[in-house]
Design a protein around this ligand. Structure first.
Ligand code: BYC
Length: 470
């Protein structure tokens, strides 16, 4: 295995040509992937030249090459970080033993479930974002959308490689299924909740890439610790690509926030909507929505699945090395629980609390992003603060989903929740309003009225560069 990616039909650094059977199986999957991409990928832009980055090596520096490419010609491939000889399990029940290069029989189902769940999110997000290109606020944003889309397609390849290589016939069947489920489809939905939600405009897109892609960062980070070495190595490289997606989300919202402030100040009544902007209270509602949908992606607060995955050495904690105890058999986590309709504080065995531990890391990271948005509001001289709602608010997975809570975490009745929902989450009218602003802006350097210009262009290029050539 080398850091350099070959220029074969399926670009890779895993010596694919050395395994003819696997190569043939993946070459048989490739046209099905392309068919899915043409059907469910960005609609209306497949023949255009997009200024995209493509991975050419897995080195930390110089891994990306930027050039115009038509999306169906994108070099989707299989890139794993090189193997580190002598690596051992560094957490869980097998600690100190050599990591696995083959699937351990007794953990096969759990491992496959993790890989399929991860894999399912990648095409799901492309499907959710399929129509957004038609209303992009600028060529810069249009290009960023497509960059995110092609890389999610590549992340699907990463999981399909693992399924084909290590899981035999049922792996191949799962790889087919990944192309058959559809985001939001009543009969064949995607596996996880947030990936069936409509992403019908750019405010939702930026919130998705801020909050939902950030779940991706933490899940990939936990999987990158895996004692199933091929999974760890593929997730480590995926994280490199993922960073840009969160940048798109955080700066996208920041630019909408900035514009909201400018327009609020310009309007004599302080109403950003009167001047065609998205006002700060509406931004807060979409933050509430996408943040809480993303909190659900960490699973239940107390989870035997999480305990089992850790014990088996398949899924660790974010930056496992930073912890002192890597078996956590005798430790406890103090947390709030909902028991018999009451919130109580209790110690639960640490292994079963690992979804909550990962979620807590994620929340801290989200808060850092929200702090930066608030800094923008302050710089604009406005007194408004965006806040992350309580993790109990608007949950659909885990114990908090069994009761209703306000954004500040107070328990309320179902009736009160129904009456006040529109104060906290986007109403139909908000959705109609935000959608009414979505018109494509295709002149290089120009921006839609509801969003500020980015601070700089992509790859050191100017903002008015022609990122998409039609
Ligand atoms: N929706 O023990 P529990 C990304 C299910 S994002 C629906 O509480 P567990 C990306 C669960 O499957 C990262 N169902 O939780 C971002 C289980 O079902 P079964 C994706 C849910 O299993 C943007 C039951 O509830 N990667 O990469 O410890 C763009 C009880 O589960 C949900 C991963 O998720 C939900 N939200 O944790 C593109 C990593 N939550 O088995 C890409 C792999 C839970 O009883 N997945 N359930 O039928 C995992 O590690 C775990 O499956 C989860 C759930 C963290 C998702």
């Amino acid at each position: 295995m080398t850091a350099v990616i070959t220029d074969e039909k399926i670009p890779n650094n895993v010596n694919l040509s050395g395994d003819r059977r696997l190569q043939r199986a993946l070459e048989a999957w490739q046209p099905k992937f392309l068919e899915w991409w043409m059907q469910m990928g960005p609609e209306g832009f497949q023949a255009d030249n997009i200024y995209l980055r493509t991975a050419i090596s897995v080195e930390t520096d110089g891994w990306a090459h930027f050039d115009y490419v038509k999306m169906p010609d994108y070099r989707w491939g299989i890139f794993l970080e090189p193997k580190v000889e002598g690596r051992t399990h560094h957490f869980g029940d097998f600690i100190g033993q050599p990591v696995w290069d083959e699937v351990p029989g007794e953990h096969r189902n759990m491992l496959r479930r993790l890989i399929v769940t991860q894999g399912d999110t990648e095409p799901a997000s492309v499907e959710q974002q399929r129509l957004l290109g038609q209303t992009a606020p600028s060529l810069y944003d249009l290009r960023n959308l497509f960059q995110v889309n092609v890389e999610e397609g590549r992340h699907l390849w990463a999981m399909v490689y693992l399924l084909h290589t290590y899981f035999g016939r049922d792996g191949r069947e799962e790889a087919e299924e990944l192309l058959l489920r559809r985001s939001g489809d009543r009969d064949r939905p995607r596996i996880l909740g947030a990936f069936n939600e409509p992403t019908s405009h750019w405010l939702s897109f930026f919130m998705f890439t801020m909050f939902t892609d950030r779940d991706g960062k933490y899940q990939l980070s936990a999987l990158s610790e895996s004692g199933f070495d091929p999974l760890g190595r593929t997730c480590r490289f995926m994280l490199t690509e993922e960073a840009h997606h969160m940048f798109v989300g955080e700066t996208g919202v920041q630019r909408i926030v900035k514009r909201a402030c400018e327009l609020t100040k310009q309007d004599p009544n302080g109403d950003a909507r009167a001047l065609g902007g998205i006002d700060l209270p509406t931004i807060q509602k979409y933050l509430n929505l996408w943040y809480t949908l993303s909190l659900d992606l960490f699973g239940g607060e107390v989870s035997s699945n999480a305990a089992d995955a850790f014990g088996a050495g398949l899924k660790g904690r974010h930056k496992e090395d930073r912890y002192a105890d890597h078996t956590i058999l005798d430790s406890f986590h103090t947390m709030d629980l909902l028991e018999d309709g009451k919130v109580i504080t209790k110690d639960v065995p640490m292994r079963t609390a690992l979804n909550e531990v990962l979620r807590a890391e994620y929340i801290k990271d989200c808060q850092r992003g929200v702090d930066r948005w608030n800094k923008t509001i302050k710089e604009e001289g406005m007194s408004f603060e965006l806040v992350l709602p309580s993790p109990r608010f608007h949950r659909q997975i885990g114990m908090w989903s069994n009761a209703c809570f306000t954004p500040t975490g107070e328990m309320i009745s179902r009736d009160e929740w129904n009456a006040r929902r529109g104060e906290w989450l986007p109403s139909d009218a908000d959705e109609v309003y935000v959608k009414s602003l979505m018109h494509p802006v295709v002149e290089p350097g120009k921006m839609a009225n509801w969003i500020a210009a980015p601070q700089k262009g992509i790859n050191g290029l100017p903002g008015d560069f022609e990122y998409v050539r039609r």
